[in-house]
Design a protein. Structure first.
Length: 1013
């Protein structure tokens, strides 16, 4: 909007000269730099250039419009400068963020003006101080001149000391003032608030009110951030009522403060209501509401408000652009992000303020364009600690851990910047990502020296680092040493327990958390549900999901639904998982459909998997991992035409499969391996070690599972492909490069191959090593041939049964041809074929059923079905089967009936119990205090005993459930004996759970004792 000046000619004879008051009004309402220059020209033409009052106001006008050069030029043209002119010039420099120039101007004033400063001189000078030493010098001069008792100067001194964290000095100044006006109280409250001392700020506020002073708009604006800082929304709402009662709601500063405080609590409805009731909205108002939606993950609304701001004629400033950059990063729109980058370059803001550059780096990092982020970072004229932290965080969040570590090392070597809390929180996840435990421990040592390790956010990052590096014990130890008043450390340790498969411990910690009065948040339940998923705790997970909503009023978000779908899907409840997705109150995202597709791949449900994949690719067609998952599902069931189609579709989108890798730490060196790696210096020794291990594994009964070779090639070639998987290369290198029996730590970027998982059990047994493997999903601890991912089945094995367990685990029975066969032990044991359900079970004696209905290889009619349930087309059969005459080619027909037409003699499939095992089992069943519980009259103890021991002849396969009290010393426990197909299964079950267990044979079983053919 242009102003119409009150003159038509510059000739004195034709012009009615305006009064100075008229110029004063024009200068005060001027908002355009060009009009300001026209006014200045008019003053020169009219001979008013030496008018000190008008020229000084022009100095302030130019500074407020962003042209400090014209301010200084106007000031220099004044021949006689009074104290008002000097004060205005110093204030103009401060307003333009030219602090060094402001101090130089003040020194010039003292040296050449011959004037004595007044109390208006010092507030801008104190604000210009860039360090505490300069501030103390000015303070001494203030005392010398006797201005320290002026409330205006004293408030500025309080602000000075609070800026540099010297709150004790600030409070001493405040306390010594004989007369304190509202401005002094506001300054002290603001000082405590800015330094994070909410309690002290509220204490000062109470003192102020006890002395009879009322809060003014500045007080309200100062104290509202205290409510946000202390997490006290109730006090914030009470202050809002005070504002309404005293008619302060129309003050723009108060309304802006209310928007900010409601934003901190995520109350966007209240934010919008305050904004809608504002009669006057300045740039700060628009910046505040845009930032509110941006910080609460609603970038679409934030962008709409930015467009509305432009429509009403408000021009953006630096803070607007900072919010806008974050908005575009959240929207993942690279095209628009380039436009804002161009806007910043045109206005030369990148050179003016490092905050803008940091915002650009953060925006490109959120977009995954780390090359652009690095380019912007290199162009920054000044790089502060936030610049480095933003770059390191960007690398870490985009999976570029090595680049993050390199950036951190460069910062320490090439700059004098001291790492802050944010730096440690940024770099520790990078060390955990690559499994660099030693480097992470060095950081921990530095933090202990600096007393930063007890900072809740730093300590949480350390706990997360130890958990993801396989040192859960160290993480738990640190957890016990740090403050635990908030949910943040609890969430970290529960998450760490979850990825290690310790779901029961995670649930117990959750109970401890509630007992200590800590309120769980939405992240707590994400960690809990994930822990339940990794441990197969379906019922507990469902209870947590209900508790979250009914008890704590937390509405499930996409992450909660994703965990629940994963939990149900892993356990085989595919229909239940799909129903949950269908009933969601929000649109499922890629993570939801991806979890369902993964479950379909595990359980071989191609129809549901195909449906899930179609929805998945509608939501996210650019993630190559989903194409790989779909391709693997088709490959697992032998549908190679589907594999070809999916791979072709991925190529059409220009996508390439993310290369898998495994790393192993030897000494302080991280060695990285890829599938079929032939370039390593120790390549020959690695493959030789793998051949030796393969021979030993086969002697123990290992048979390669070719379903994990996703290529249509011959079996010999499939075996070679399996042997060259990168996790095996890493294991072999660790074995030949470390002392015997020392643990090996392996880290993968993708999920572990099922066959490699089975092989790792054998290798841990053969080499007598602990193998700790972290894949993209969780940790696997292999020890003595058992993996921790099945550990919850063995957690409650009691001492009286250890002998039976040990005897079973150590038995190596001989075949007729003299070869050694290993008897399997539950989910963690060895076997002839891996369970395709993903639980680690193995087919007993090498018998793998091939379903002619779905062409699915790997259906196991054994204890796996106790956990997963029978496939829809297979039913339990009530008939007798002689295992001596079974072949690995037993099939089920299209109607779901087992056929025995292809039974043939197969002597190599014979498995027998050792004499020690027979004696232990007999003694168990013949205990004097063993009583039958709920046994049908037509089933006797003798029949059960016979069924358990006649493993070399016909085995009863009718569905029997014989529940006996356990042996002496196990009160409250019962032995559950059941037969499914030709398998005899014994489980230790709490007596009170027998009915539940018999009805569904569900996961309430606490210990799998013994499984035989």
């Amino acid at each position: 909007m242009h102003m119409q000046l009150p003159y038509t000619s510059t000739r004195a004879t034709n012009l009615a000269l305006p009064l100075p008051f008229d110029f004063d009004v024009l200068i005060r309402v001027c908002r355009d730099i060009n009009i300001a220059k026209r006014l200045h020209t008019l003053l020169v033409v009219l001979g008013k250039a030496q008018d000190v009052v008008l020229s000084t106001k022009l100095v302030n006008l130019y500074a407020s419009l962003g042209d400090i050069t014209f301010s200084r030029s106007t000031f220099n043209q004044l021949q006689r400068k009074n104290i008002f002119a000097w004060n205005s010039m110093v204030a103009a420099y401060v307003r333009s963020c030219r602090r060094h120039e402001a101090l130089s101007c003040f020194n010039e004033f003292l040296l050449v003006s011959g004037l004595r400063p007044d109390f208006y001189t010092f507030p801008p000078v104190l604000k210009a101080c860039v360090n505490l030493i300069d501030g103390k010098k000015i303070h001494c001069y203030v005392v010398k001149l006797g201005f320290d008792w002026d409330v205006f100067v004293a408030a500025s001194l309080i602000n000075l000391y609070s800026r540099f964290g010297a709150l004790d000095v600030a409070y001493e100044l405040f306390d010594e003032m004989p007369d304190r006006d509202v401005g002094m109280w506001n300054a002290m409250i603001s000082a405590f608030c800015q330094n994070g001392n909410a309690d002290e700020a509220l204490h000062v506020l109470n003192r102020m009110r006890s002395e009879g002073l009322k809060m003014d708009p500045v007080t309200v604006s100062s104290v509202l951030p205290v409510c946000a800082l202390s997490g006290d929304i109730v006090s914030g709402m009470l202050i809002h009522l005070y504002v309404i009662k005293h008619g302060l709601e129309m003050d723009v500063f108060v309304s802006n403060a209310l928007i900010n405080v409601y934003s901190k609590f995520g109350r966007l409805g209240d934010v919008q209501r305050v904004f809608d009731h504002m009669e006057v909205r300045d740039l700060v108002s628009w910046n505040s509401i845009i930032a509110a939606y941006e910080q609460n993950d609603d970038p679409t609304t934030a962008l709409g408000l930015f467009k509305e701001m432009q429509f009403v004629g408000i021009q953006p400033d630096l803070l607007t652009i900072v919010s806008l950059a974050s908005i575009f990063g959240q929207l993942s729109d690279r095209r628009i992000s380039s436009s804002i980058h161009g806007f910043i370059i045109r206005h030369e803001w990148l050179e003016k303020d490092v905050v803008i550059g940091n915002a650009l780096v953060n925006m490109y990092a959120k977009l995954g364009a780390m090359d652009c982020a690095c380019t912007v970072f290199e162009q920054l004229p000044v790089k502060d600690i936030i610049s480095w932290n933003t770059l390191i965080t960007g690398y870490t969040q985009n999976g570029l851990a090595s680049e993050a570590i390199n950036a951190f090392n460069m910062m320490e070597k090439c700059t004098k910047i001291i790492p802050t809390q944010g730096t440690w929180v940024s770099i520790l996840p990078a060390y955990s990502h690559v499994g660099a435990l030693q480097q992470g421990m060095k950081i921990h040592g530095r933090l202990i020296k600096n007393w930063l390790y007890k900072d809740v956010f730093v300590a949480t990052s350390l706990i997360d680092m130890y958990g993801k590096c396989g040192r859960l014990v160290d993480g738990m130890s640190l957890f016990t040493e740090i403050p635990r008043e908030t949910s943040v450390p609890w969430n970290a340790i529960i998450s760490s327990l979850g990825i290690h498969g310790d779901g029961e411990v995670a649930l117990q910690l959750f109970k401890d958390m509630l007992a200590e009065g800590v309120e769980p948040d939405h992240i707590t339940f994400v960690s809990l549900l994930s822990a339940c998923s990794h441990s197969g705790l379906v019922n507990e997970g469902e209870r947590c999901f209900d508790l979250m909503q009914k008890e704590y009023g937390i509405k499930p978000n996409l992450r909660h639904y994703g965990c629940m779908v994963d939990l149900l899907g892993r356990a085989g409840y595919l229909e239940k998982a799909y129903n949950l997705v269908s009933s969601m109150s929000m649109q499922p995202d890629a993570s939801i459909w991806g979890a369902l597709l993964s479950a379909c791949r595990i359980h071989g449900n191609v129809d549901l998997g195909t449906f899930a994949s179609s929805r998945l690719l509608e939501v996210d067609s650019e993630n190559v991992g989903y194409y790989v998952l779909l391709s693997n599902m088709y490959a697992n069931v032998g549908k190679w035409e589907g594999v070809t189609k999916v791979r072709s579709l991925a190529r059409d989108h220009g996508l390439r499969k993310i290369p898998g890798w495994s790393s192993v730490v030897v000494g302080n060196i991280v060695e990285v391996f890829y599938t079929g790696n032939q370039t390593h210096p120790k390549c020959t020794e690695i493959y030789e070690e793998l051949r030796v291990l393969a021979s030993k594994m086969k002697s123990l009964g290992y048979v390669p599972d070719y379903s994990f070779v996703l290529q249509d090639v011959e079996d010999d070639e499939k075996e070679q492909i399996l042997m060259s998987h990168y996790e095996r290369l890493a294991m072999a290198f660790g074995i030949i490069s470390t002392p015997p029996r020392s643990p090996i730590r392996i880290f993968k970027n993708l999920r572990v191959c099922g066959d490699c998982h089975n092989a790792a059990k054998f290798i841990s047994k053969i080499t007598e090593r602990d193998i700790i493997m972290r894949d993209s999903n969780r940790f696997h601890h292999f020890k003595h041939g058992i993996c921790s991912c099945a550990r919850h089945l063995h957690d409650r094995v009691t001492p009286n049964l250890q002998n039976l367990l040990a005897a079973t685990n150590s038995d190596n029975s001989n075949n007729r041809d003299g070869t050694t066969r290993h008897t399997s032990l539950g989910r963690g044991g060895f076997g002839r074929g891996a369970c395709d359900r993903g639980c680690g079970n193995s087919s007993r004696g090498g018998y793998t059923k091939i379903c002619s209905f779905c062409n699915k290889v790997g259906h196991l009619v054994d204890v796996c079905y106790q956990k997963h349930g029978f496939p829809p087309h297979m039913k339990q059969q009530s008939k007798e089967v002689s295992i001596n005459n079974m072949t690995p080619k037993e099939k089920c027909d299209d109607k779901g009936s087992l056929t025995s037409s292809q039974f043939a003699d197969n002597n190599n499939s014979k498995v027998s119990l050792s004499l020690e095992q027979r004696q232990l089992l007999m003694s168990l069943l013949q205990q004097d205090d063993t009583q039958l519980q709920g046994e049908p009259e037509d089933i006797s103890k003798e029949k059960a005993r016979l069924a358990a021991l006649q493993v070399n002849g016909p085995v009863l396969v009718e569905d029997t459930c014989l529940c006996f009290n356990a042996m002496k010393g196990l009160p409250g426990w019962a032995l559950h004996v059941s037969s499914i197909s030709h398998f005899i299964i014994l489980r230790l079950v709490p007596v009170e759970l027998l009915n539940t267990f018999e009805q569904g044979l569900n996961q309430e079983c606490y210990a799998l004792l013994f499984t035989v053919l």
